[in-house]
Every structure is written in C-alpha cells, then in structure tokens.
Design a protein around this ligand. Structure first.
Ligand code: AMP
Ligand code: GLY
Length: 422
C-alpha cells in the first residue's frame, strides 16, 4: 500500500485527491496545503505547508516515507519541486523546472514552437512599451497581448482597438523585468487536449472544453476558468491523431533533443479552426482547472496506477477507460472575481457526499469553527454526470442553486456549444 502526497490547494487538487483515494493501492493521502474540501473528505490529511515551500515539502516526504508525490499547480513546478525531489531519489509526478518553462514563460514557449514548427499564432515579444506600441500600431485588429509569466489565467487581454492595446501593454509591462507577447487573434473553437507522458509514451486523456470568460455567452473578462465539460463530441479520432502528430509528439521530441525529458500531464490549449486547422494557444504543464473536475469523475482506470507508471517510465502498458456519460463542471465564484474578491462569507449546504452522479469540489474555501468560509475567487466547483451535456449541466446547476453565500455567482451556460449541437 502506498502513501501519496498531493501538492496544491484548489479544486483540481481536491478532485485529484478524491480520485486517488479510490485506488486500492493507496493507503494514505496527504495534501499540502489542501483546502476545506480535502479536510472534510474521510481518509485525507491536510498538512500545513505552502505549495511552493520546496524545502518543507521535501522534509515532509522524507520523514513520512511518501511513495509518490503528485504536483497539482504550476507554481511548485516553477519553484523546482520536481528537480529537488528527484535529486533526493523521491518519486514525483510532474515536469522539471526547465520543462515547465513551456507554461511558465510564454516568451520561451512561443519561441520554442516557432523554432520547432509547432503551429501557433504569429507573435513578437517585448520588454519595452514604446516598441510594443509601435508594433501594435501596425498590427491587424483584434490582437492579443499576453504577460509572459504566470498570471493565474488573467494575463491575456484581447484588444479590439489601438487604445485597448496600448492600455494592455502599459498594464502588463508595469512591473520591472516583465515581458509580453503580442500575437495574432485566432478564430475557431477552443479545445483542452491533455496527455499523460513519461517523455516517450503518451496516453491522451479524454477531451474537454473550458469556458474562460466570466459571463454567460462568453462575455466579460478572462478568468482561470468558469466551467468545463468532457468529452467534446466533435473531436474525431482523425483530429486526435492530427493533434498528437502536429503538437504533442513534436513537442516531446524537441524537448528530448534539448535534453529535457518531460514527465507528467501536458496540456495543450488549442484553437481549432472551422476547417480543422490546429493552433496552440498555450501549453500548461499540469491538469486544467476546472477541466480536471469534469475529467476525473469520468475516469474509470486507477489514477494512482497511471501516475505511478508515468513516474516509473512504464506508461506503455496503460490504457485508459472512461465513463460513457458526459461530465459538466460549474464553478461558483465569490463576488468580484476575477478582480479583488470578498472573503470570509459562510457557505451553506455544502455536501461532502451527494448522489452518485454529482460531486462538490472545493476551490477556495476554508474551515473555521465547523463552518465552511469563502477564501478565494473561485470557491466551489460542482461536477455532474449525465447522458447529455444538457442533462449533466441541469444536474450541476440544480446543486449550484442549493449552495448559498452572499454574492455567489456562476455561469448557467457551460457547454452551450455542445448543447446547441445536441
Ligand atoms: P492563454 O492563457 O494563452 O491560453 O490565453 C487565455 C485565453 O485567451 C485562451 O483560452 C483564449 O480564450 C484567449 N486567447 C489567447 N490567445 C488567443 C489568440 N491568439 N486568439 C484568440 N484568443 C486567444
Ligand atoms: N482551465 C485552464 C487552466 O487550467 O489553465
């Protein structure tokens, strides 16, 4: 029996812990630091160590003889937790600091894609506002301004006119040492394509689609993600094959050529044009949030076995089975998100156990005197299974309505494209 440490504190990590706990091979799960959701699940223990405190995480893993550590978010990857654990011969699931540059630096990832012929929007990068504005002035509109570094999904501004572009450039270049990317606006439908890989073998997960804008109808500012569904029905086996051949495999082999082997989840955020052209919007070096909350309720294969095989370069033996039902995850937010939010409100009617087809995941809430208190912008994520996207969404929305706190809001139209197709 194995002891597992999960690093992170969001809805994705709650979902990971919940799924890993179902493995017959796992005896104990620790989550650092975890949240109120992992605190309330039976058989899990939160430990009071920040996700980026690499020294304390290492010491904990050594003292408690952790068999496998799984990294949820990007910040610990950027902090080099994988490099440190490996240097101490500890099994850890996730890419090294260098491989994680694919996500942590957009200047790196765009330059990497251009160099290796991986399809992506044309771009230029700047650390100087005057030069960026000069470039923007001659660029067709709309254009996209992106912070190079990590911004929790909030560093991308789509600009319809020159004034907006100049404001975005000033805002994102305000900090010293910051860099931006300016790129061509792409049209089409977005797709989250996530694989598990040990650097050589690749196991694609089910497809999913996130909803980045805050409001119904894909309006309002970009967020970390307001909801997702899986699978995406229009992704044919031929398209999947094309994504593997034009994006995933070339990326892994280019990394290997640069002596950077990749282990973990690799997430390609793609734009698929109406004619089936593929462009990479971004890479993430981890699972998506809230895609995970839509994917894992459908996963029938033992997640621990998959992560163990990946970490021990035995992924070739593995195939993955999925529930035939569709899953929809709906994110419930605190008033103000994605800007500054109100915290500290009491959440009523949270359910650790719901019915078989529904699961509540905590994204940003803590336990205080036996009560659940809001503690972040994205507070909860409710996932539901159904025969159709429409049915799964209706089920998730029913429960989203039952949970209450002042200022709670959520999108009611997650999966709208799929529902229209149904
Ligand atoms: P990123 O973090 O680069 O994936 O960007 C966040 C979101 O901004 C994406 O999921 C898209 O919705 C949007 N976006 C980013 N780049 C582009 C682009 N070149 N064209 C159109 N939309 C984009
Ligand atoms: N849901 C998008 C992300 O996790 O980056």
């Amino acid at each position: 029996m194995k002891k597992v440490l999960i690093i992170g504190q969001g809805g994705r990590e709650h979902a990971l812990a919940w799924k890993l706990q179902q493995s017959p091979e796992v005896s104990q799960i620790f989550v650092a630091p975890g949240n109120a959701g992992t605190a309330l699940e039976p058989g899990m223990t939160n430990i009071n160590i920040e996700a980026t405190d690499v020294t304390a995480l290492l010491e904990f893993a050594q003292t408690h003889q952790i068999d496998l550590t799984i990294v949820g978010p990007e910040a610990p990857l950027a902090a080099g937790v994988v490099d440190t654990f490996r240097a101490h011969d500890l099994a850890i699931f996730g890419p090294t600091q260098k491989a994680a540059l694919l996500e942590t630096s957009k200047v790196f990832s765009k330059t990497f894609m251009a160099k290796h012929g991986i399809p992506t929007a044309s771009f230029a990068h700047f650390d100087n506002a005057a030069a960026a504005k000069e470039y923007a002035r001659h660029h067709t509109l709309p254009l996209v301004v992106k912070a190079s570094g990590l911004m929790a999904g909030k560093g991308v501004i789509i600009c319809e006119n020159e004034q907006e572009a100049f404001a975005a450039i000033d805002a994102l270049l305000m900090d010293k040492n910051s860099e931006i990317v300016i790129e061509t606006f792409l049209q089409g439908e977005e797709l989250s394509f996530i694989v598990m890989t040990d650097g050589v073998h690749i196991v694609p997960l089910a497809t999913s689609q996130d909803h980045k804008r805050r409001d119904d109808g894909d309006k309002g500012p970009n967020t970390g993600g307001m909801g997702a569904y899986s699978p995406v029905s229009w992704v044919t086996p031929a398209l999947e094959e094309k994504i593997l051949n034009t994006v995933i495999k070339p990326t892994l082999s280019a990394l290997a050529k640069e002596n950077t082997s990749y282990c973990g989840f690799l997430y390609a955020g793609l734009m698929i044009s109406p004619s089936g052209d593929i462009q990479v919007l971004e890479f993430n070096c981890r699972l998506g949030d809230p895609e995970t909350q839509a994917l894992l309720p459908r996963l029938k294969t033992d997640l621990f076995a998959l992560c163990w095989a990946t970490t021990h370069s035995q992924l070739q033996d593995k195939c993955v089975e999925w529930d035939d039902r569709v899953a929809v995850s709906v994110v419930l937010c605190a008033s103000g998100y994605p800007g500054p939010v109100k915290r500290g409100d009491t959440i009523h009617h949270y359910r650790v156990d719901c019915d078989e087809a529904v699961k509540f995941f905590v994204s940003g809430a803590k336990n205080q005197e036996q009560q659940l208190i809001t503690a972040g912008g994205r507070v909860l994520c409710i996932s539901a299974l159904g025969k159709t996207v429409h049915e799964a969404r209706a089920r998730a929305l029913y429960w989203a309505e039952q949970v209450t706190w002042p200022g709670k809001f959520y999108r009611k139209d997650i999966g709208w494209r799929a529902v229209e197709r149904e």
